[in-house]
Design a protein around this ligand. Structure first.
Ligand code: GTP
Ligand code: MG
Length: 149
């Protein structure tokens, strides 16, 4: 089964995002007719221990995920950039998530632009609390998984 890993520092919102994405899937699937069931791709979402924790489970997961979500919550994201290179080397497709976006007056747009500039990666501003950006993130995950078939 394909794996999507959720990476980020402690308390960056990894578990909340995992729940938000799962809930999104269930709602979406329930909205589809039974005819759509054969088209459902089974994906394993992998929550990890913070990338700022020594000997984190993130180390193992980095080697086995098709798609990696890297959560960023503030403008000190050096460690996250280092992990992005590590994930790239391991062959994962990477999506940057500005997590807890509801906490930013601008919804995380400025931070997203800054990360996009240095990493060249697509960035999504997401709030697991309000649900903002969750559908768009889910679509991008599915697009990347599809492109890796
Ligand atoms: N405002 C806001 N708070 C959030 C959001 N997502 C998570 N939180 C809060 O941030 C805290 C950490 O969230 P978690 O999902 O547990 O973060 P985590 O990265 O899994 O944390 P660890 O597993 O301990 O490393 C909790 O108090 C959440 O309620 C969000 O989108 N918006
Ligand atoms: Mg957690």
């Amino acid at each position: 089964m394909k794996q999507v890993g959720i990476f980020g520092k402690r308390k960056s919102g990894k578990s909340a995002l995992m729940y938000a994405l799962t809930k999104q899937k269930i709602i979406q699937d329930a909205a589809f007719s039974a005819m759509e069931i054969s088209g459902i791709t089974r994906v394993m979402l992998v929550d990890t221990v913070g990338v700022d924790v020594e000997g984190s489970t993130a180390e193992e997961s980095a080697q086995s995920v098709e798609v990696a979500l890297m959560l960023i919550t503030d403008d000190s994201f050096e460690l996250e950039l280092a992990w992005i290179s590590k994930l790239r080397k391991a062959g994962s497709s990477i999506i940057v998530v500005i997590s807890q976006a509801d906490k930013f007056p601008d919804g995380g747009q400025a931070l997203a632009a800054a990360v996009r500039e240095v990493s060249g990666l697509k960035t999504f501003c997401v709030s697991s609390q309000t649900g903002a950006g969750v559908i768009e993130l889910d679509e991008e995950i599915n697009r990347l998984l599809g492109s890796r078939d």
